[in-house]
Design a binder for this molecule. Structure first.
Ligand code: UD1
Ligand code: UDP
Length: 382
């Protein structure tokens, strides 16, 4: 029997954690006890609680309620809260997802008191250290004991940074083990795909026709905080929607919603508000998101998770960032990186919507990554 402490905080981590909690419930309930700690990084009902309700994730055992703040303050408050819980719970390992401040806080708190770190979604790199996420994921990887990379590229990135592809047992922070495990987000997308449309009404609620709308999300700090970039993104989306008389559905992250008032050109904002095609709505649930991804014409996003889900549901994707960690998507020709460049976005839309021969190979595992991860944790953390 092992005890793990799982740290979640931001929306995508709550969703990712559902896969592991499900695997534990179905196959490892006699051997793995999971204690869930919610840092409270995300706290709005539609950024947090909705996922617990919908995805069957057990309620967190602890909630640190840290809320929003500067990187330093937010991370420091989390470190202190997580350390206290770890000292009390004495788990065999801490499980961390992705690259948020909650991930970094868990990595620092656990590694300093010699609790093994399990990093799920290890090895991903944008090679852009101006991204807070790049700092978080590099720091977390380099104090981890078991590192599960969703892709071959991620595995390769780790070996390039000095991790041994074949380390001898036993594993610890000085002798870590790296895996190419597949993607727990793919596990979830497959698992919830069938029920998504039955259980949601998001298409009819927003008067959307199958195959006749663009699904967009925008929340990366360099896009929301820089007015020139934010205006370029919204101008491109608006022009495409007007030119093609195509609906744009934009479930908007609260970060972006708050900054629109300040950073978006007023005239453009007013045109968007008046448009019958441009639909800005609050964040949707995961099942609603899947229903949208399955039925849209194309995805346009700066989200890591959403660009991959577009691929899972065989949709082309315009990546509204200067680079991506998910390079396979671009290599396959189903996604194009445009950054926040109006002209490139318009061109990528035209290219991707006119392509007829797209192939979406199975690059992200077999939908059982979480079970694999549980099995390895059980073997090596006992
Ligand atoms: C965080 C992650 C990012 C991830 C994203 C997923 C870091 C550094 N960034 O970015 O990698 O892609 O989550 O969505 O950890 N806010 C609310 N309500 C909420 C949550 C946030 O209003 O429930 C607003 C607040 O104004 C807050 C801002 O959004 O200041 C940013 O939130 P924060 O968690 O700091 O970063 P994200 O941009 O969400
Ligand atoms: N998502 C969601 N509702 C939304 C927007 C996104 O459920 O309104 C899901 C999406 O399907 C994916 C995850 O949130 O599983 C991605 O999170 P986000 O884009 O916030 O962060 P990132 O993946 O970029 O870190």
């Amino acid at each position: 029997m092992i005890k793990i402490v799982t740290i979640i905080g931001a929306r995508p981590q709550i969703i990712k954690a559902a896969a592991l909690s499900r695997a534990i419930k179905n196959k490892f309930s006699a051997s793995i006890t999971e204690i869930i700690v919610h840092t409270g990084q995300h706290y709005d009902e539609n950024m947090s609680q909705v996922f617990f309700d919908e995805l069957g994730i057990p309620a967190p055992n602890y909630n640190l309620n840290v809320g929003s703040g500067s990187h330093g303050k937010q991370t420091a408050t989390m470190i202190s809260g997580i350390e206290e819980i770890l000292l009390q719970e004495k788990p065999q390992a801490i499980v961390l997802y992705g690259d948020t401040n909650s991930t970094l806080a868990g990595a620092i708190a656990a590694s300093k008191i010699h609790i093994p770190v399990v990093h799920i979604e290890a090895g991903l790199r944008s090679f852009n250290k101006t991204m807070p996420e790049e700092i978080n994921r590099i720091m977390c990887d380099h104090v981890s004991t078991l590192l599960f990379s969703p892709t071959q590229t991620g595995f390769q990135n780790l070996t390039n940074e000095g991790f041994k592809a074949k380390a001898p047992k036993p594993y610890n922070a000085n002798n870590p083990k790296i895996y190419h495990s597949g993607d727990v987000m793919y596990d979830n997308s497959i698992y919830f795909s069938e029920v998504a449309e039955q259980k949601t009404t998001v298409l009819s609620k927003n008067s959307l026709e199958k195959g006749q709308f663009i699904l967009a999300t925008i929340h990366r700090n360099n896009n929301t905080d820089e007015p020139v970039r934010l205006n370029a993104l919204f101008t491109a989306l608006y022009k495409i929607s007007e030119q093609h008389q195509l609906d744009v559905l934009l479930p908007l992250h609260p970060r972006t919603a708050k900054l629109l008032e300040f950073n978006l050109d007023h005239e453009l904002h007013n045109k968007i508000k008046a448009s019958k095609h441009f639909k800005i709505i609050p964040p949707v649930s995961f099942l609603e998101m899947i229903a949208l991804e399955k039925n849209c014409r194309i995805v346009m996003t700066d989200s890591g998770g959403v660009q991959k889900e577009a691929f899972y549901f065989e949709k082309p994707c315009v990546i509204l960032r200067p680079e991506t960690e998910w390079v396979e998507l671009v290599e396959c020709g189903t996604a194009i990186i445009t950054d926040a460049n109006e002209q490139k976005i318009i061109e990528a839309f035209a290219t991707l919507t006119s392509k007829t021969d797209m192939k979406f190979p199975q690059l992200y595992g077999d939908g059982k990554a979480a079970e694999f991860i549980c099995g390895e944790m059980l073997e090596h953390l006992n």
